[in-house]
Ligand binder design. Structure first.
Ligand SMILES: *Cc1c(COP(=O)(O)O)cnc(C)c1O
Length: 346
């Protein structure tokens, strides 16, 4: 089965002539007087429109992520990339997508906003992926399959062989959301982009990079798919303050790596201590900066923790997650506070 990009892109998007902004047109030649974009000449540097293609930032990211700059799309959080997948590939009211369940909520919210049918395939009781079940849910109107590894809210990495089977056998787009891959020990799909023309990998500055506030998400894919993202995005979708902060972070990798090491070692400690608590029934395996735990009474314990000033995520109402709390790994002191509060719970 051959992958044919033109066949799976919405015809109106394939034909689309993108908006050409002032900065796109002059690009590349030296200039010192900018009278092309109706900006104010005052209040430097905030008066100037940001680089629409974020070239300096992408050049740095390319080195850190091991992905060519032309294979990188940057957006206003991963949320923008998720929404763009629907807008590029799915004709509202006609096409559908398939996703695992439970998983990250934005895939289904964006499907609803775009009026795209959202089909789900349940993971097994240990949150494992079965490629055949996912492929069975596909029909000739299925444009995309959503996978998330490590998965949110379960925390586990999906089995690589199962993901590869889906990539090999599905002729639409396969999105592998690796928002948490920095915390995992397994090989990320990002570095194998060249193997699959239908692969889109998502990464974010919101987790390991400690930059949820700046709203910066990444999509990695073939040059042709990235071209479609660039055609459809708002011209200045990543603001200048965000670009500058991200560039500063990329020049300070040592700090990010220290945070990562701390979170990994704290994760092991918190999980071991949590498993010993009287309230704990089970802690699920995790490759992320959070863990899912089954407790005696999730609603009661969630409310008790709120009264202690500690907020965790109650996943009791999510399929396969009855009586489960999703708990983020914090600083050593935050983790001690959580465990102490739970030891006092009666
Ligand atoms: C947190 C998270 C993201 C990040 O979204 P942003 O919009 O980049 O903040 C993406 N995917 C998953 C699965 C997440 O849990």
């Amino acid at each position: 089965m051959a992958f044919d990009l033109e066949k799976i892109v919405r015809p109106n998007i394939w034909r689309l002539q993108p908006y050409s902004c002032a900065r796109d047109e002059f690009k590349g030649r030296p200039a010192k007087v900018f009278l092309d974009a109706n900006e104010s000449p005052y209040n430097n540097p905030y008066n100037r429109y940001p680089d629409p293609m974020q070239e300096e930032l992408k050049a740095l990211l390319s080195k850190v992520k091991g992905v060519p700059a032309e294979s990188i799309f940057l957006g206003n959080g991963s949320d923008e990339a998720i929404d763009l997948v629907y807008r590029i590939f799915c004709t509202p009211g006609v096409d559908n997508v398939v996703a695992i369940e439970p998983t990250y909520g934005m895939y289904s919210v964006c499907a609803d906003i775009n009026d795209v049918e959202y089909r789900t395939v349940l993971l097994d009781d240990n949150y494992r992926l079965n490629a055949d079940k996912v492929l069975q849910a596909v029909d000739d109107r299925t444009k995309a399959i959503w996978l998330c590894t490590p998965n949110n809210p379960t925390g586990n990495s999906l089995e690589r062989a199962q993901i590869e089977k889906i990539l090999d056998n599905f002729t639409g787009i396969v999105i592998v959301d690796e928002a948490y891959s920095d915390f995992a020990a397994v090989r990320p799909f990002r570095v194998d982009l060249g193997r699959w023309p239908n692969l889109v990998v998502l990464n974010t500055f919101s987790k390991a990079w400690g930059c949820a506030a700046i709203r910066l998400g990444m999509a990695f894919a073939s040059k042709d798919i990235i071209g479609l993202f660039n055609k459809v995005k708002y011209p200045y979708n990543v603001n200048e303050l965000t670009q500058q902060k991200a560039i500063a972070m990329l020049k300070d990798l040592g700090k990010v790596n220290q945070w990562l090491a701390s979170i990994r070692s704290e994760r092991a400690k918190v999980i071991a201590a949590f498993a010993e608590l009287p309230v704990c029934e089970k802690v699920f395996d995790t490759d992320a900066n959070f863990f899912l735990a089954r407790v005696k009474d999730a609603n009661a314990i969630y409310n008790y923790l709120i009264d202690c000033g500690i907020v965790v995520r109650n996943r009791h109402r999510v399929k396969l997650c009855g009586n489960c709390l999703r708990i983020t790994v914090g600083t050593p002191n935050e983790n001690i506070e959580l465990l102490a509060a739970l030891r006092r719970y009666k």
